[in-house]
Design a binder for this molecule. Structure first.
Ligand code: GLC
Length: 563
């Protein structure tokens, strides 16, 4: 079988959240045959690679990011034969498959952890185990070894009586961190990656991969302990471990992306410079924290567009200067929907509302930057937040933990629900909206997560082939990414849109004589823009039906001019 190998800089990647994409057997969960049934749709969109979120056996405490067997398919998602068929059929349509490798931690139900708990020292050395603080002797837990907090709220340590130790879990309590300092662990994980490569996979996404190298000394961090992420991120041996993984799994030159938590520019340059033989590109998240009041995800504020612009500029121009490569995205399965988030919430999901316009503007902003764009399932339809009205409608462990923590800190139930409504990861996990009506064409059964009311209006059935729809707009963008050298190779530089346009993000792309100017308004009101130097240029693309002006942008308008 021909392996799909494309220039990752020219490619567009589509992320499939398997559990919510398409259910072929009516059990309410998406599955691999469901994806096979939608390959024509994906081909029509024109994307090059499909990144599939984990479908490996898992107790699903963190929706499959708690893996209990790395080299098998969870029966709820299909069989290995389904997987092979998916790889072959996608390849037949020119699309490669990228798998999500969760190698920072396992599930507590993974054989390694079970054998560790059963007393096998060899497997105890796979995990990060420590004695408690102030413990009087064996069997006495004492206090957690440090004040570190896990990503989903609460201590990052769990006392395990069978081990007589605390184990570290930077994520859910059911996700013990692996000890990458142990060479046997690194070799076992490289075997996992090699296994999938040999099955025809064309690329990989590595989950929280910059958290694998833990600090030499474990010590308290200031404040509540949440800052431990920054302490653990980009640890002392992370580059060495990644280079070793890439070499020993034999994946150098394949398309790869690392999810980098609390990272910095200098490290992301190193992760992605081709000469370092680590990864093709990196996800960083600073641009999605511009609406966290005081840096806290669970305290709401309006997005700070000036900060968004400055963050994008730093990463665009900085990665370029250092020879690194960005993954470009607004949405994924961990984020609320960007249309709701950056679209002023007004008109979201309503007929004639601004959601479509906001969706087009966000897509333009992303697709013309330097890097590789990702479409998260439903972006191309304009899917918005879940709009749930009760905590019971949420499934995600992080949402439930923080709902409880918010109330412990004094919020009323309604206040806590309002915060979860904005910030829950389930906003991005609602089932794909294929059509109007019950089940949204996602399932004939009861969906594992409730379908938003917006599916009546926002769905593939009405948008595919419809003039002016968001889906058709995305098709144009994907085609332009494939065609335009200036977008793949050109230099990027951010432009000042002037004091009259505080919510406009503008940048230029240049290659030889070619110049594109991109202007995106995050403003719900019209605004006056400074001279962007586009006199005499043609309009390559605009998000309104009629011609744009060169000195004013309409609400949420985006324009691309070309010399
Ligand atoms: C990543 C995943 C997220 C998961 C976490 C722990 O951030 O994207 O969904 O909960 O890692 O594996």
């Amino acid at each position: 079988m021909a392996r799909i190998e494309k220039d990752y800089r020219r490619a567009v990647i589509y992320q499939i959240y398997v559990k919510s994409f398409c259910d072929s057997d009516g059990d309410g969960l998406g599955d691999l045959p469901g994806i096979i049934g939608k390959l024509d749709y994906l081909e029509r969109l024109g994307v090059d690679y499909l990144w599939l979120t984990p479908f490996f056996p898992s107790p699903q405490h963190d929706n499959g990011y708690d893996v209990s067997d790395y080299c098998a398919v969870d029966p709820r998602y299909g069989t290995m034969a389904d997987f092979d068929e998916l790889v072959a059929k996608a390849a037949g349509k020119g699309m490669g498959i990228m798998l999500d490798m969760v190698l920072c931690h396992t599930s507590v139900e993974h054989e390694w952890f079970r054998r560790a708990c059963a007393g096998e020292e060899r497997y105890q050395r796979y995990y990060i185990l420590r004695d408690g603080r102030g413990a009087s002797g064996p069997g006495d837990p004492g206090e957690p070894p440090t004040n570190w907090q896990c990503a989903f709220g609460g201590s990052a340590w769990k006392w395990e009586p069978r081990l007589g130790k605390w184990y570290l879990h930077l994520h859910d309590v059911s996700q013990p961190d692996l000890d990458w300092a142990n060479p046997e662990v690194r070799a076992a994980l490289a075997d996992v990656v090699r296994f999938w490569r040999e099955r025809g996979v064309t690329g990989f996404r590595f989950d929280v991969i910059n958290l694998i190298s833990k600090p030499e000394v474990f010590e308290d961090v200031p404040g509540s302990g949440a800052a431990c992420r920054a302490l653990v991120a980009d640890g002392p041996h992370v580059h060495e471990y990644l280079q070793e993984l890439v070499a020993s799994a034999g994946i150098d030159g394949m398309i790869t992306v690392g999810e980098m938590a609390s990272t910095d520019l200098a490290n992301c340059i190193r992760y992605t410079r081709p000469e370092d033989h680590e990864l093709s590109m990196s996800f960083s998240f600073h641009h999605l924290k511009v609406d966290y009041a005081g840096g806290d995800k669970w305290t709401l504020m309006e997005p700070d567009i000036a900060r968004l612009r400055e963050t994008l500029r730093t990463w665009q121009e900085g990665m370029q200067a250092g020879g690194g490569w960005n993954a470009l995205f607004w949405d994924n399965h961990d984020q609320p929907r960007a249309i709701t988030r950056f679209g002023g919430r007004a008109g979201v999901g309503e007929r004639g509302g601004s959601w479509e316009r906001v969706g087009k503007m966000l897509a333009v902003c992303d697709f013309f930057m330097k890097g590789t764009p990702y479409i998260y399932q439903g972006d191309e339809l304009g899917m918005t937040n879940a709009g749930y009205t009760s905590i019971e409608q949420y499934d995600d462990v992080e949402s439930h933990n923080n709902y409880r923590l918010l109330m412990e800190r004094g919020a009323t139930a309604d206040e806590a629900l309002a915060v979860v409504g904005e910030r829950s990861r389930d906003n991005g996990r609602t089932p794909m909206q294929w059509s109007a009506g019950p089940g949204a064409g996602f399932t004939t059964g009861t969906p594992w997560l409730e379908i938003p009311a917006t599916s009546e209006l926002v769905n593939a059935e009405v948008e595919v082939g419809a003039e002016g729809s968001l889906f058709e707009f995305y098709r144009v963008l994907v085609a332009l990414r494939h065609e335009l050298d200036v977008v793949t190779e050109g230099a990027v530089r951010f432009l000042d849109a002037g004091d009259g346009a505080p919510k406009v993000i503008a940048y230029e792309r240049t290659l030889g004589d070619e110049r594109l100017v991109v202007a995106c308004s995050f403003d719900e009101a019209p605004c006056a823009t400074a001279d962007l130097g586009v006199a005499g240029y043609e309009v390559l693309l605009g998000t309104y039906d009629d011609a744009p002006s060169t000195n004013e942008l309409r609400p949420y308008e985006a324009v691309v001019w070309r010399r």
